[in-house]
Write a protein that binds this ligand. Structure first.
Ligand SMILES: Cc1cc2nc3c(=O)[nH]c(=O)nc-3n(C[C@H](O)[C@H](O)[C@H](O)COP(=O)(O)O)c2cc1C
Length: 334
C-alpha cells in the first residue's frame, strides 16, 4: 500500500489541510474539515471579533477554541502560531504554553524562525509544521528538526514574502531541497489542483480561500458571496512594509495601489491600511471598502458548500482527473 507521509505523521485520511486564516478559521471550520478526513487548523484570532493586546486573554481565547474543536471532533487538528518578533513574541510564547497544556496534536508555525519554538513544542509532544517561502528556508527548518514544511505560492491569499515564486515553481524546488514531507498551497481548490500539487512533489495540500467560502467559515455571508461571484483576474498583490498580501480586488485595493503610485508616504499608507482593516471585511461584510485576503483560486470557486462537501467533491473527482491525464498521455504516446 502506498503511504502518504503527512497522513502517517498526523493520522489523517486525506492529504488535505485547511490552511489557517486568522479570524476566518475557527473551531467549527477546523472540526468540520477534520471530521471529513482532512486536517483542520485554528487561525490565530479564531473565534474572536476584536484584537486584544492582553497576552493572557490571547492565550485563553485560544484555549477556548481548542476546547470547542475537541467538543466537535475526536480527530487530529492543528493550531497556527505566528511567531513574530520583539514584542510580538510574548503572544506566541503564551500560545505555545497553551497548546502544550492542551496537548494539541499539530502546530503550524509561521512568520518567524523555526528555531524559536520547535524544540519546546516537540518536548511537549506536539508535531511541528513550519511555513517557509523559499527552498533555503525549508532547508533551515529541516536542520532545526521540524516535522514538515509548508510552502505557499504567489497565487495564495493572505500575507507572504516578496519572492513572487508561484506554486508551480516553489513546490518542486522545496521538494528537491528537503527530505521532509512537503505541504504546498496557493491556488488549490479542486481535484485538478490537488493532483498537480502531488505531481509537483508535495505530500499534502494547503487550502485557504477554498475553505473561506464554506458554510462553517467565520467569514461574513457577503464575503462568501463575493468569492463565489469573483471571476477571472479577481485578486491583486498588495505590497506592504515587510511583505506582500494577496487581496480580493475592490475599491480599497484600487485606492491603496493608487496612493502608492502617486508617492504617498509610508505613514499615510499605514494609516490607510489601519483604517480599512481586514476586520471590517471579514466580520462586517464590507467587501468593497476593506482589505479582504483572498487567493486567485476565488475565480474558480462557484459555490459555498459545507467543508465536508468540498473534501468529498475533491476525493470523488480525483480518479476522473487521473484518467483524463492518462488518456492525454496515452494519445501522445500512440
Ligand atoms: C483570509 C485569509 C487569512 C489568512 N490568515 C493567515 C494566518 O493568520 N496565518 C497564516 O499563516 N496564513 C494565513 N493565510 C494564508 C493561508 O494560510 C494559506 O497559506 C493560503 O490561503 C493558501 O492559498 P489559497 O488561499 O490559494 O488556498 C490567510 C489566507 C487568507 C485567504
Amino acid at each position: 500500500m502506498i503511504k502518504n507521509l503527512i497522513g502517517e505523521l498526523v493520522g489523517i485520511r486525506y492529504p488535505l489541510i485547511q490552511a489557517p486564516m486568522n479570524w476566518v478559521s475557527g473551531a467549527e471550520l477546523a472540526a468540520a474539515v477534520s471530521n471529513a478526513g482532512g486536517l483542520g487548523t485554528l487561525g490565530p484570532n479564531a473565534g474572536t471579533q476584536a484584537i486584544t493586546e492582553d497576552v493572557e486573554l490571547t492565550g485563553e481565547r485560544l484555549r477556548e477554541q481548542i476546547k470547542k474543536v475537541r467538543s466537535l471532533t475526536r480527530k487530529p487538528f492543528a493550531v497556527n502560531i505566528p511567531i513574530g518578533v520583539g514584542e510580538g513574541l510574548k503572544y506566541s510564547k503564551r500560545c505555545v504554553e497553551v497548546v502544550i497544556e492542551e496537548a494539541v496534536p499539530v502546530v503550524i508555525t509561521s512568520v518567524g524562525g523555526p528555531n524559536v519554538y520547535t524544540k519546546v513544542l516537540h518536548d511537549g509532544g506536539i508535531k511541528v509544521f513550519h511555513a517557509v517561502s523559499t527552498p533555503k528556508h525549508a532547508k533551515k527548518a529541516e536542520e532545526v528538526g521540524v516535522d514538515a514544511v509548508v510552502c505557499e505560492g504567489y497565487e495564495a491569499g493572505g500575507h507572504k514574502g516578496f519572492t513572487e515564486l508561484t506554486t508551480l515553481i516553489l513546490t518542486p524546488m522545496v521538494a528537491d531541497a528537503v527530505k521532509l514531507p512537503v505541504i504546498t498551497g496557493g491556488g488549490i481548490g479542486d481535484a485538478r489542483g490537488v493532483l498537480a500539487a502531488l505531481a509537483l512533489g508535495a505530500d499534502a495540500v494547503y487550502m485557504g480561500t477554498r475553505f473561506m467560502a464554506t458554510k462553517e467559515s467565520e467569514s461574513h455571508q457577503k464575503v462568501k458571496d463575493a468569492i463565489v461571484r469573483a471571476k477571472d483576474a479577481c485578486t491583486v498583490s498588495v505590497p506592504k512594509d515587510f511583505m506582500l498580501a494577496r487581496d480580493l480586488s475592490n475599491i480599497f485595493t484600487n485606492q491603496y495601489l493608487e496612493m502608492r503610485k502617486s508617492g504617498a508616504s509610508a505613514e499615510a499608507l499605514r494609516a490607510f491600511l489601519a483604517k480599512h482593516s481586514k476586520f471590517s471585511a471579514q466580520h462586517l461584510g464590507d467587501v468593497e471598502n476593506a482589505e479582504l485576503h483572498c487567493g486567485q483560486v476565488a475565480g474558480l470557486i462557484d459555490s459555498a458548500p459545507g467543508a465536508a462537501d468540498v473534501i468529498s467533491g475533491i476525493i470523488q473527482n480525483i480518479s476522473s482527473v487521473v484518467e483524463e491525464a492518462k488518456r492525454k498521455l496515452a494519445a501522445f504516446q500512440a
